[in-house]
Design a protein around this ligand. Structure first.
Ligand SMILES: [Zn+2]
Length: 595
């Protein structure tokens, strides 16, 4: 007889279980007891003999046990890291134990709450909720995940693990969508970056090798029907729009039930590229409009000074309408950011117009430039390729304005976290506006301003010099006169202005083709010396302006850059005195306020 060492201790149970049963007769009563105990444990573990299970077994004709054949299901989905998507493997394991759902894999509150939504959705769609222990794992487990877009994938995983769904085809699909309690699918943000990631499949080094390889083969995406347009912008993938969980189960059981969604991208781009506003709606303000045309032509940042109600916001809102049209590639880049933040207008899929963002002055610096524990783009990235309008500039928090300096220079923002740093594009035109004094009435016809010189100086000193350094044009926007407002003369439309801007921009592209920049505002000091050469008369004029008007040194380059743009607008090769004097006019506030 072979002795099994240590069978009497707690470790004895598994060892005895391995002993050869033919020795049973030779065993002492104590060992026999141990054997019986181990056997009982084993049957309990397998759930074969429990009276509760036996009765269930008889009730459902064995379906309950057949379901146990497969206890683990795998579903693929995608998560977002900043504005890029990465593959996530969702594993669902249903095992015996007290009924409970455990979610692992650094999930945020929205995902942790998904178990409640998924449970109700499964029950209300007419499927069985397994009264057992369910473990859901989201891999890679070292990246924090957020959002409710994994609901459908988790629900399908549970149904596959309990054999209520044909799980064979699951591996070929990327599954996204939030579930409502009745089993209907709700749209999720960030679908476009996921489509792009699926089509190109740029593997994220953060994902484990296996997940990357598996997800690389998937070219089918299941999305809520409201997200179909957005997902189908990428033509290389097959988009399957669904309305409910039940539809999803029927689809996997019989793959013909849903037709792939196709999109006429050119048509949608054309349809969405109309602005709801136009410059022709602005009466009067001819000088301000001209200054904005110059600003857009050379992509110069602008500071507008004027009393409340003079139309600064109205003018700013129309600036995107005169910037050259977005290319399809740029539109995709813009849509990606707005898709992640859920700010796409009407969930129309494609953002074909330049964005206009005007955050309130109480905004925090994180909301402005982006960040958070799971980094998200801020207002400056939402204004990418468009206009960021800061009304009441001196009222913004100082750290918020300081944070703008680097993105204004680089056209992007880097958010650094311990494990990785993320880049968000943030190339925008800054349009700022402020009152001339704290009460705002300083330049009105009947001057009612009672602000003291100290108050005015304190108000204006809230804007730091380095930020002003990045603003090339200061314009005065006085309250419009009654005659201008009541005039019936047709004002110039945005498309007419845009035509001139386009010409000026193409001259600049040609000039800078070997310089690595695209417009005058981006010229370095060296490039200003190279491209803004002045004749004798013009040099005299600028010299006089610098000394007589007491301009600061920082104004010098800016005047040259802006006059270069004005010369481009009039399609003149050399900067003339009239161009220079117009540019000097756009800095006149400089000498009064900000030296
Ligand atoms: Zn005042």
């Amino acid at each position: 007889m072979e002795r099994v060492p240590g069978f009497m201790g707690t470790a004895g149970v598994p060892l005895v279980r391995q002993a050869n049963i033919s020795y049973m007769s030779e065993l002492t009563p104590a060992v026999s007891f141990c054997f019986a105990f181990a056997k009982q444990n084993e049957t309990k573990r397998r759930g074969l003999n429990s009276p509760r299970l036996l009765s269930r077994k008889m009730r459902d004709g064995g379906a309950h046990l057949r379901r146990r054949i497969k206890m683990l299901a795998k579903v693929f989905s995608f998560g977002l890291l900043g504005i890029e998507a990465y593959p996530i493997e969702i594993e669902v394991d249903v095992s015996r134990g007290l009924p409970a759902v455990t979610l692992v894999g650094m999930a945020d509150t929205a995902i942790r709450e998904s178990k409640e939504r998924v449970k109700s959705a499964i029950k209300n769609s007419g499927f069985d909720w397994p009264g057992e222990r369910i473990t859901v794992s989201l891999a890679p487990s070292d990246i924090k995940k957020e959002g409710a877009c994994f609901d459908l994938a988790i629900a399908l995983g549970i149904l596959a693990a309990t054999q209520q769904l044909n799980s064979q085809n699951l591996k070929d699909y990327c599954i996204l969508g939030e579930l409502s309690l009745d089993g209907a699918l709700r749209p999720s943000p960030g679908i476009l970056p996921i489509s792009i990631a699926l089509a190109k499949f740029l593997p994220d080094p953060a994902s484990p090798e296996q997940v990357r390889q598996e997800a690389g083969k998937i070219k089918n995406i299941i999305v809520p029907i409201q997200n179909a347009k957005e997902a189908a912008i990428v033509s290389d993938i097959c988009v399957l729009p669904l309305k409910t969980l039940r539809e999803a189960v029927e689809f996997f059981n019989n793959l013909d039930t849903v037709k792939p969604f196709k999109l006429d991208l050119e048509g949608l781009f054309k349809q969405n590229s109309n602005y709801p506003v136009d410059f022709s709606e602005v009466k009067g303000q001819y000088l301000a409009k001209r200054a904005l045309e110059v600003a857009v032509a050379g992509r110069h940042n602008v500071l507008m000074l004027g009393p409340p109600g003079s139309g600064k916001t109205m003018l700013a809102k129309r600036i995107p309408t005169i910037i050259p049209d977005l290319s399809l590639e740029e539109a995709l880049e813009v849509t990606k950011i707005h898709s992640v933040m859920g700010t796409l207008p009407n969930r129309d899929g494609l953002m074909a117009i330049r964005p206009f963002r005007n955050p309130h002055h109480s905004i925090s610096s994180i909301a402005m430039v982006g960040g958070g524990s799971i980094p998200q783009p801020g207002e400056i990235s939402l204004a990418h390729q468009g206009v960021l309008f800061l009304d009441e500039l001196p009222e913004f928090h100082r750290d918020c304005l300081e944070a703008l300096r680097q993105p204004l220079e680089d056209g992007l923002i880097r958010i650094s976290r311990i494990k990785r740093s993320l880049l968000f594009p943030a190339s925008f035109m800054l349009i700022a506006a402020m009152n001339p004094c704290p009460c705002g009435t300083q330049w009105q016809h009947k001057n009612s301003c009672r602000c003291s010189t100290t108050q005015i100086a304190r108000y204006r000193s809230k804007i730091s010099g380095p930020l002003l350094d990045r603003i090339d044009i200061h314009i005065e926007v006085p309250a419009a006169r009654y005659q201008e407002l009541s005039s019936n003369l047709p004002a110039e439309s945005s498309s007419q202005i845009k035509e001139r801007v386009n010409k000026a921009r193409s001259i600049q592209r040609e000039r800078f083709k070997d310089e690595g920049i695209t417009c005058n505002a981006l010229m370095s000091h060296k490039q200003v010396r190279k491209f803004c050469v002045l004749g004798k008369e013009e040099s005299e004029l600028l010299k006089m302006a610098m000394t007589e008007l007491n301009f600061s040194a920082r104004a010098y380059d800016k005047i040259l850059k802006v006059s270069r743009t004005i010369a481009d607008l009039s399609e003149t090769e050399n900067i003339k005195t009239e161009h220079l004097s117009e540019a000097i006019q756009y800095r006149s506030l400089d000498r009064d306020f900000f030296v």
